[in-house]
Design a binder for this molecule. Structure first.
Ligand SMILES: Cc1cc2nc3c(=O)[nH]c(=O)nc-3n(C[C@H](O)[C@H](O)[C@H](O)COP(=O)(O)OP(=O)(O)OC[C@H]3O[C@@H](n4cnc5c(N)ncnc54)[C@H](O)[C@@H]3O)c2cc1C
Length: 471
């Protein structure tokens, strides 16, 4: 038994469930206040889906934003717009959460950069943003991995931190109207742990046959970019938590189908930038959509074709890049080629229909003709003299479930709210387990941000709560 686990006094420690970015942010904040943290993680390895994040984390204004960053005051408006029509339900609650998210975003980046020494110096503009504000490092390590491994390393060095992996939290303990701890299974043993609880157990995108099938039966059987695991929101509804927006699920149009393991329901994301830098999509050798359309529209265009597999439900679409794109995105493409998800070939392999499609695309990219599908941005596409001998990079892609916008309702202080919008004492939630911030659509980069913002707020709140209990 660890030093922490043998401490019987309930109120000297807080419990964090889940070791993704939300859990690690909450734990870091608690420890900065001198509170011991017992973190429970069901997987063998910590990091959750957070460690896979590849585009970056939003923040505005920051010192890294190009141009005149102090004028980037539109993060709030962009987020409200992305939430969509559902903003009209529970408008005030949603606006308060979004204000907290966007107003704390600059501080979240400073915390990671200036206190945790994580490089976030590169800033890009993702779809739906009116300004570049998605931060990642200049090196090769993707942002999710660099943030998670840095926070985890510094926590592991701290004597107040105790992490138990391969331990599944099975219920939340409640006495009267107050949460008092959790029950969990570890190495075949059922154990109890007492203290205030921060839930950071992530979304349900990897729960294909369970929660996903329940809330979005139309997506049952879809592959996912998420770790395959059941959602844990029911542990919170069992103690009175309210759910919001469970039907809103983000499907990413481009995840790779690995030719060596085509039926694997867990897919590797084909980065958005491949299309953005000029890549095109083919079905039976023909283009079918302006590749610069939103994730939702590209996904809908693909799923209008008959699926080629039912388990998982997937489609047979080719992503094609030329050498101009390769020059710009070399490290990404080399990595995909190394993993066997893309290969270098000539257009001959794709057949005569694809050859004439790519010839037409190249004419549009060179500005000789308007693109019949309305694409007007071709970025790095350079191939103009297209023949069957022209070199291309090709991968097979399919849509995959990527992010779940719904979850338990929280207050701007991270408190889990019951059906009457009252905080459940002793219980907080942060990250993808919560619902109501992103509405119908999450802006790219805002999920890592919500983990940091609401994880840290929850840590502060649990500390205040412990102070009150002790008095
Ligand atoms: C491939 C990919 C790329 C992405 N890229 C980006 C990006 O660039 N920017 C961005 O903002 N977002 C991105 N996202 C989304 C983002 O990574 C996640 O939404 C976010 O990291 C979720 O963090 P979290 O801490 O809430 O949950 P997670 O990181 O998923 O962690 C939850 C943890 O809780 C554990 N857990 C669950 N239930 C229990 C239980 N009952 N008992 C014990 N442990 C439990 C899980 O095992 C898991 O380790 C991406 C997602 C994926 C899959």
């Amino acid at each position: 038994m660890s030093k922490l686990a043998t401490q019987s006094t309930a109120h000297r420690q807080a419990i964090v469930v889940g070791s993704g970015l939300a859990g690690l942010s909450a734990a870091s904040q608690l420890i900065s206040h001198g509170v011991a943290v017992h973190l429970l993680e069901r997987s063998v390895k910590p990091g959750g889906n957070s460690i896979k994040a590849s585009s970056g984390i939003n923040g505005a204004p920051t010192k890294y934003q190009p141009g005149t960053p102090l004028f980037d005051t539109r993060f709030y408006e962009d987020t409200i717009k992305s939430v969509g029509g559902v903003i009209s339900t529970a408008r005030k609650e949603r606006e308060d959460l979004i204000s907290t998210l966007t107003n704390s975003s600059s501080d979240a980046i400073s915390w990671l950069v200036d206190e945790k020494w994580i490089d976030l110096s590169v800033v890009v503009q993702l779809g739906g943003h009116s300004f570049p504000r998605t931060h990642r490092g200049a090196g090769k390590t993707p942002p999710g991995a660099s943030i998670v491994t840095t926070l985890l390393k510094s926590l592991k060095e701290h004597p107040l931190f105790y992490l138990e992996t391969s331990c599944l939290v099975t219920s939340v303990l409640k006495s009267g109207d107050e949460v008092t701890g959790v029950e969990y299974d570890c190495e075949g043993q059922t154990k109890l742990l007492h203290g205030p609880v921060i839930f950071a157990s992530g979304g349900f995108g990897g729960d294909a046959e369970g929660m996903l099938a329940q809330y979005r039966p139309d997506l049952a059987g879809f592959p996912s970019t998420n770790d395959p695991r059941p959602g844990s929101q029911n542990l919170l509804t069992d103690v009175g938590a309210q759910l919001r927006d469970m039907e809103f699920v983000q499907v990413h149009p481009t995840s790779f189908v690995d030719p060596k393991d085509a039926r694997n329901p867990v897919k590797f994301l084909a980065a958005e930038l491949l299309r953005g830098e000029g890549g095109l999509l083919l079905h039976d050798g023909k283009r079918f959509i302006n590749e610069m359309e939103t994730r939702k529209n590209v996904t809908e265009a693909i799923t209008r074709f008959p699926a080629t597999d039912s388990s998982p439900r997937q489609w047979d679409i080719q992503l094609v890049l030329d050498e101009g794109i390769y020059e710009k995105a070399t490290s990404h493409i080399d990595f995909y080629v190394w993993k066997g998800l893309m290969h270098k070939t000539t257009i001959e392999e794709l057949g005569p229909t694809a050859l004439s499609t790519i010839q037409e695309y190249a004419k549009a990219a060179a500005g000789h003709v308007p693109d019949p599908l309305g694409r007007n941005y071709f970025a790095q596409w350079k191939l103009s003299d297209v023949s069957s001998e022209s070199v291309v990079y090709v991968g097979k892609i399919t849509p995959a479930v990527h992010f779940t916008m719904g979850g338990v309702v929280i207050s701007p202080r991270g408190e889990v709210l019951d059906a009457n919008n009252r905080p459940i004492k002793g219980l907080w939630a942060a990250g993808e387990v919560s619902g109501g911030i992103h509405g119908e659509n999450r802006l790219g980069g805002s999920s890592l941000l919500e983990c940091v913002v609401f994880g840290r707020i929850s840590g502060d709140q649990a500390f205040d709560y412990l102070k009150e209990v002790k008095q």
